[in-house]
Design a protein around this ligand. Sequence first.
Ligand SMILES: NC(=O)c1ccc[n+]([C@@H]2O[C@H](COP(=O)([O-])OP(=O)(O)OC[C@H]3O[C@@H](n4cnc5c(N)ncnc54)[C@H](O)[C@@H]3O)[C@@H](O)[C@H]2O)c1
Length: 251
Amino acid sequence: MTGRVEGKIAFVTGGGSGMGREHALLMAEEGAHLIVSDVNEEGGRQTVADINDKGGQALFINFDVSSESAWQAAVDQAVTTFGRVDILVNNAGIFLVKMMQDTTEQELDRMLNVNVKGVFYGCKHILPAMQKAGGGSIINISSIYGVIGAPAASAYQASKGAVRLLTKSVAVEYAQYNIRCNSIHPGAIRTPMTAGLMSTDEATKALLASTILRRPAEPREVSYPVLFLASSEASYITGAEIMVDGGYTTV
Ligand SMILES: NC(=O)c1ccc[n+]([C@@H]2O[C@H](COP(=O)([O-])OP(=O)(O)OC[C@H]3O[C@@H](n4cnc5c(N)ncnc54)[C@H](O)[C@@H]3O)[C@@H](O)[C@H]2O)c1
């Protein structure tokens, strides 16, 4: 441990699985106290137990990020427990592989509720707490699919494109309060979300055809850029979009 976020209070959504779990574990290793949230009770509690077992300090809150009232209550609980929140990682998200003409109204609503409203409400309700604390860092998890086109992902792409620009509007509006807001755009990362897409060598090869490093990433390879943006090392970076995609969007 090198204490890159020593003493900071970090809130990670979707911390019960995949990348969110890894973001929470890494920030705890680097000295932060964690609020881990998820609708996956078992996964979220496991992450918190792993942090606390190693001498860290973490709290689990089970709530659906698409609910504004749940966000308000979660931020209140975080501030009551830790006094303030310095870092928010809006990581929770869902994925859908479907042609546009087959995507139902319910599927589109759910996608936008979780992936867009979830991030919007997270920012909205953490901002007053960060203003009170004198500043903060928000990291929104978008995707390469928030930047370039792909087949059979229109609902997901609409949601992740929205996260990209929502990030920039928060950066512009809240720079005056010393609050930075940046987006991360992962490529093909090995998590439960992509397990189906990488279930055979052939499918993995197809998925990686445009990835110039020719391999998927492990979750921690995304957690380090998240940690960087969360820390004071990134003090002059706001409104930026960081591709963590093995070069997928380069060619
Ligand atoms: N895996 C990839 O290759 C990849 C690539 C680009 C972007 N992403 C994005 O990274 C983020 C993390 O994805 P992952 O691959 O770790 O997925 P994952 O499925 O392993 O984890 C997502 C977590 O979010 C939680 N979640 C889902 N809906 C929620 C809700 N309404 N409220 C609260 N929690 C909810 C899930 O329970 C789960 O624990 C997502 O936003 C995803 O879109 C993933």
